[in-house]
Design a protein around this ligand. Structure first.
Ligand code: COA
Length: 156
């Protein structure tokens, strides 16, 4: 079955919805930072018959927003949902009047780096040793040690 055959919606999480913690934890194993992001931003959820994707949008500086904790349920990855969430975040940020939308990912997150650039984000910086400073456990993806945070942004 192709994605086109699934009805879907992307909406703000409201008070009656349970926080999709399991999904948010896929993008960041730290519950503390998820709670901090949820208190500072707006969580959006992608639903078919159930919640399969999410992201949190935060205002970081004047005219600047950041996507954090974007994640798609493991068995639904690779079907274009992540791309739809990113494009949704771009259009919401534009409506909010932001001029820049940012996102960050690990140097070893090759699929994410590919997806974000395909959606128009450009690499604007490197926060060297970010993951070494902030995480106790070593992270290895694609055979690469995750050390640095690659910062990307798109002009809106
Ligand atoms: N190498 C390079 N590109 C790859 C790839 C690989 N191994 N696997 C997939 N891709 C590309 C695909 O080509 C696709 O692009 P296309 O639409 O042009 O073909 C894109 O990556 C995948 O897009 P999509 O299906 O929209 O992504 P998704 O629904 O799987 O969501 C994530 C992407 C990152 C949100 C999802 O994989 C996820 O939840 N990962 C775990 C949490 C996470 O790491 N979050 C990000 C924290 S920074």
């Amino acid at each position: 079955m192709t994605m086109e055959e699934f009805e879907y919606s992307i909406d703000r999480l409201d008070d009656t919805d349970a926080i999709p913690l399991e999904l948010l934890l896929l993008a960041d194993p730290s519950k503390n930072s998820i709670e901090d992001y949820l208190s500072r931003g707006i969580c959006y959820i992608y639903r078919t018959d159930k919640i399969v994707g999410t992201y949190i949008l935060i205002k970081t500086r004047p005219n600047t927003m950041e996507i954090v904790n974007i994640s798609v349920k493991e068995d639904m990855q690779g079907k274009g949902i992540g791309k739809r969430l990113l494009l949704h975040a771009i259009s919401v940020s534009k409506e909010e009047g932001a001029m820049t939308l940012e996102i960050g990912t690990g140097n070893s997150s090759l699929q994410q780096l590919s997806l974000y650039q395909k959606c128009g984000f450009r690499i604007v910086g490197v926060d060297k040793d970010f993951f070494i400073r902030h995480y106790d456990e070593e992270i290895i993806e694609n055979g690469i040690i995750c050390r640095d945070m690659i910062r990307l942004s798109i002009d809106l």
